[in-house]
Design a protein around this ligand. Sequence first.
Ligand SMILES: Nc1cc(-c2ccc3cc[nH]c3c2)n[nH]1
Length: 239
Amino acid sequence: MRLDYLSIFPAYFDVLDISLVGKAAINGLVEIHAHDLRDWTHDRHRTVDDTPCGGGAGMVMKPDPWGEAFDEIIGTESDPSVHVIFPAPSGTPFTQSAAAELSSAQRIVFCCGRYEGIDHRVIDYARSMWTVHEVSLGDYVLNGGEVAALAITEAVVRLVPGFMGNPESLAEESFSAGQDGLLEYPLFTRPVSWRGLDVPEVLMSGHHGRIASWRRDESVRLTRERRPDLTDSDSSGIH
Ligand SMILES: Nc1cc(-c2ccc3cc[nH]c3c2)n[nH]1
């Protein structure tokens, strides 16, 4: 899997060399390429923004640098196997199932906006050429797309076959299919007693049936408390 990042702050992605994603890069599972959008400007000030047509506050990212960067990084041929991701507050909420789908992609290009956003024709052009995803991380506003791109990268790459040492651990995580789309149950480890707080006895019983039942009940309880929106979804085991 090749991952490209287009941003006016490409140094945001240096952290990928440190994290587990960096390990995957060393193992050849993923290739990471960060690019400075200003490399595709031609004026002395390396301008990437301009005032919004129709007025309004702030600045909008000009289409020209994006188009020239696309030409060089992706190419000028249409290819639906290339996934181009635009993080945006107006995007479709990013989910674990979206991460799972993207984990089989061979190429993902992250377009990280700044200012008030990117000229919409950039997205329209990308849609005419590649598979485009406008995604939101959640109902809050960031200053740009970089942090969202990092979060999406981690969610996707950890699902790439061969990345996780123990793929079985993926099955029990929140939102995973193996968890029936429920939130993960509380976790405990040694010491059994810590500052007057004890591990639930059932987990020390060695009775696997009771442990499984306790964990299921806790997942259902937590999901009902914190994410009632998940309790009606087809993937959840509760209705
Ligand atoms: N979920 C979420 C995405 C964003 C986001 C994404 C891109 C840009 C570009 C300028 N501001 C941005 C904000 N905020 N919150």
